[in-house]
Design a protein around this ligand. Structure first.
Ligand code: SAH
Length: 346
């Protein structure tokens, strides 16, 4: 009977070294394989040319490399690229490359589908299927880094966890992926160039603070009034803004790292002076930045982008209160690659 082969990238370097010792080989073979798996992102054992044929065969007999496959790549008029990424079990997630004149940002997924229920987000309509493994997150980043080198002649510069899923609901795997991305044994990127975006899970924000993580935190707030936030992000009923704020205060106390709030202004939902004032109140406790993001319609009549005058009211009030604010235009809308549009339409 054939036993099921193990995913080799679920092993730590230590475990790989131990495996080779258990096979009567030298432990440093483990280091060599580890380097192939992570730094060189090998797709097969065959390509590990500094190992003997027998060793490669032995690995083949015991393990699999569950590398992702970019099934389809779409390019937007504005240069944005969307990858449909097939996983080893044939599920599909999406990741996006967002170029500017000086940077390339990768927007990666952390789950297949999403367990949250934000009414304005296309991903929320897909049921949660499963969490992504650390290597599946890592592979998305490598794929985008390769595309950046190929099409823009420069390496990837930033990563945002703003694709499909809620990263804090898959915290351990996201953390492991970031460890690999930032390690010199992986991509060696600075954690300061990585932003984890969350809809705000208080318990996990505290955990991140306790873990002393070095990446940046963004919170998808969209409203600082419980009643309104619960109506558009129903899980807010469970957590509440007071809890979220306490967790964020704790985060700031521990990390001294500025918090970014993502915020869409919708017509008739949060386009009032009262709503802006609540936002100012909510984020006053720590240095904050508000990203006003454009709404990307997802065939839902309930949500409409507020007019420019409402955006201007937000900008004026926030600036007057010393809060940094940016107005972000969407990228990649023509290929359904913008915020909230990732839903495996193909
Ligand atoms: N679950 C995480 C990350 C994924 S969503 C989070 O909630 O932060 C990434 C960002 O896109 C979030 O700020 C989310 O609120 C926003 N978003 C979702 N749907 C959108 C839409 N239709 N238009 C614009 N932004 C949207």
């Amino acid at each position: 009977m054939q036993t099921k082969k193990k995913d080799i990238r679920a092993l730590t370097k230590e475990q790989l070294r131990d495996f080779f010792v258990s096979q009567g080989d030298k432990s440093f073979r483990g280091n060599q394989v580890y380097e192939w798996l992570w730094q060189k992102s090998a797709h097969s054992f065959e390509t590990m040319t500094n190992l003997s044929k027998e060793t490669r065969q032995m690995l083949e007999d015991n393990f699999v490399i569950n590398h992702i496959k970019v099934d389809q790549m779409q390019r937007s008029k504005d240069g944005t690229i969307k990858n449909a990424v097939r996983l080893h079990d044939d599920l599909v997630v999406e990741s996006v490359l967002i170029p500017t004149s000086t940077r390339t940002t990768a927007c990666v997924s952390s789950q297949v589908g999403c367990s949250l229920d934000c009414k304005f987000c296309a991903t929320a309509r897909l049921k949660i299927m499963r969490n992504l493994n650390p290597d599946e997150i890592y592979d998305q980043v490598v794929a985008i880094d390769n595309e950046s080198r190929l099409y823009f002649d420069r390496p990837l510069s930033n990563i945002v966890f703003m694709g499909m899923g809620e990263p804090l609901m898959n915290y351990n795997n996201v953390l492991k992926a970031i460890d690999k991305i930032t390690s010199t044994e992986g991509l060696g990127m600075s954690p300061k160039r990585i932003t984890v975006s969350t809809s705000g899970v208080p318990k996990m924000i505290r955990k991140m603070a306790d873990d002393g993580v070095k990446f940046k935190l963004a919170v998808s707030l969209h409203s600082a009034i419980d009643e309104v936030r619960t109506s558009i992000m129903p899980f807010n009923a469970k957590f509440s803004l007071a809890d979220l704020r306490k967790a964020l205060e704790y985060w700031y106390e521990k990390t001294k790292s500025r918090i970014t709030y993502e915020y869409v202004v919708w017509k008739g939902i949060n386009d009032t002076q009262f709503a802006v004032d609540a936002l100012v109140d909510f984020c006053r406790f720590a240095p904050s930045k508000v990203n006003l993001i454009e709404y990307n319609p997802i065939d839902d009549g309930d949500f409409r982008q507020a007019p420019d005058s409402a955006i201007q009211m937000y900008v004026n009030t926030l600036e007057r209160n010393g809060i940094t604010v940016t107005v972000r235009r969407s990228r990649g809308k023509d290929i359904d690659a913008a915020c909230g549009q990732l839903a495996n339409k193909q």
